[in-house]
Design a protein around this ligand. Structure first.
Ligand SMILES: NC(=O)c1ccc[n+]([C@@H]2O[C@H](COP(=O)([O-])OP(=O)(O)OC[C@H]3O[C@@H](n4cnc5c(N)ncnc54)[C@H](O)[C@@H]3O)[C@@H](O)[C@H]2O)c1
Length: 377
């Protein structure tokens, strides 16, 4: 599959996804949030979590009755700097957006805040919510548990999710420091991407039931789905390259996503109950630190910017001409894509034409024709 065969304009996608979500029963205000988070993934180059997930992760789950299109955001416990939310298996993006908003409001008043969430669903790119805080001159920390797929060090059973933990911090550069990644070496979306391309994966992404590394991506994907293989934590297999560090960070995220809010964890998140599809029951946490409570935000941004610039200016490895800092590549991807749009494969175009048909949005059909030239409208 060639991901670069057609670019779809962001504005068209935004209108289409909004109309589609509303047709699927999501209230318009909430549909705007879902659309924005999904498009942000494509803007940053995290295709695995963008429009490609619209059908399988959200529309199909609404159809299957395991994702509530109308989100009941219930505050079940609250203090001046804390809150516990029950999301009642509504739209994960909406629950996360509102939770981060609440944490920002509280941190503005009291300097720091934390909101813990239970019974949510897949919320897309975790970095979106940390970025919300960074845009307000605050530090944002976001984490979520997910369906189990990582094996603990010396284990082969998928126990922990790919559990991203993300940090957003403003800098004096055009982009913030934004670390947004899973606590596994690769997340399942990347394995799916390699499988679609028919390419072998790098060693140590996936291990089989005997602890041996699997590189055949199609086999690995089938085995991951069947529970016969597991993803490896950051650091890789065993102790030699400190795989236990990634394993323990994933455990931190699992605990913070379940214990404070008394929500579900690990195998409870398989999405299956008594052989039938079941709601996500995902947990998240959102921590916000108001920089102003510590120092002048401009001073913070300057120090952060200096740290990042010094790192990038340091001596390079032979054969490498640049060093990156977190959030930088995403900024450049957005600069490159903002006028060009989102790359769509033929398979994705076909899927979107199917959605135009199913949701009676035929006016959008020409936008997703493979043979029409370039960006449409
Ligand atoms: N909701 C969920 O259940 C879930 C689960 C897993 C991952 N995710 C999301 O998937 C997305 C991708 O995750 P991933 O683990 O594949 O990310 P990744 O491995 O692509 O890492 C991305 C991060 O690393 C930084 N980075 C990349 N190259 C760099 C370099 N050379 N130097 C310095 N920094 C560099 C980027 O700026 C970014 O912050 C993220 O948005 C994550 O939140 C979501």
């Amino acid at each position: 599959m060639n991901m670069e065969n057609k670019f779809i304009d962001f504005e068209i996608l935004e209108r289409f996804m909004l109309d589609l979500m509303v047709k699927a029963g999501v209230p318009e205000k909430d549909a705007k949030i879902v659309t924005d988070v999904l498009l942000q993934a494509d803007k940053f180059g995290f295709e695995c979590h963008g429009t490609i997930r619209l059908k399988p992760f959200y529309l199909d789950r609404i159809k299957d009755g395991i994702l509530n299109p109308v989100t009941n955001f219930e505050i079940v416990r609250e203090g001046p700097t804390t809150a516990v939310i029950d999301g009642h298996n509504g739209m994960g993006h909406v629950i996360a957006y509102k939770s981060m908003q609440l944490a920002i409001e509280k941190a503005k008043k009291y300097g720091m805040a934390m909101v813990a969430v239970r019974n949510s669903t897949h919320f897309g790119i975790a970095g979106y919510y940390s970025l919300m805080a960074a845009r307000e001159n605050m530090i944002g920390i976001t984490g979520t548990n997910t369906r189990p797929s990582i094996a603990p060090t010396f284990g082969v059973e998928n126990m922990l999710g790919t559990n991203p933990m993300t940090f957003g911090m403003p800098s004096d550069e055009p982009f913030p420091f934004l670390l947004d990644c899973a606590t596994s070496i690769a997340q399942r979306g990347k394995v799916e991407h390699y499988a679609r391309e028919g390419k072998d994966m790098p060693k140590e992404w996936v291990i089989d039931e005997n602890g041996k590394c699997k590189t055949n991506s199609r086999e690995a994907l089938a085995d991951l789905i069947a529970g016969r293989a597991a993803l490896t934590p950051l650091g890789g297999v065993g102790e030699e390259t400190a795989g236990y560090k990634g394993y323990c960070y994933a455990t931190v995220v699992e605990i913070l996503s379940a214990a404070l809010q008394q929500g579900a964890y690990m195998k409870m998140l398989m999405g299956m109950k008594d052989g039938r599809k079941a709601p996500g029951m995902i947990g998240h946490f959102f921590i916000v630190i108001d920089i102003n409570a510590f120092t002048d935000p401009d001073d913070f941004k300057k120090t952060t910017g200096n740290i990042l610039r010094e790192l990038r200016a340091s001596k390079k490895m032979p054969g490498q001409n640049r060093i990156y800092t977190a959030g930088e590549k995403e900024y450049y991807t957005w600069m490159e894509r903002k006028d060009r749009g989102v790359p769509f494969s033929n398979a994705l175009l076909e899927e979107f034409r199917g959605l135009c048909d199913t949701y009676d949005l035929k006016e959008y059909m020409p936008c997703f024709e493979a043979d029409s030239a370039g960006v449409l409208f």
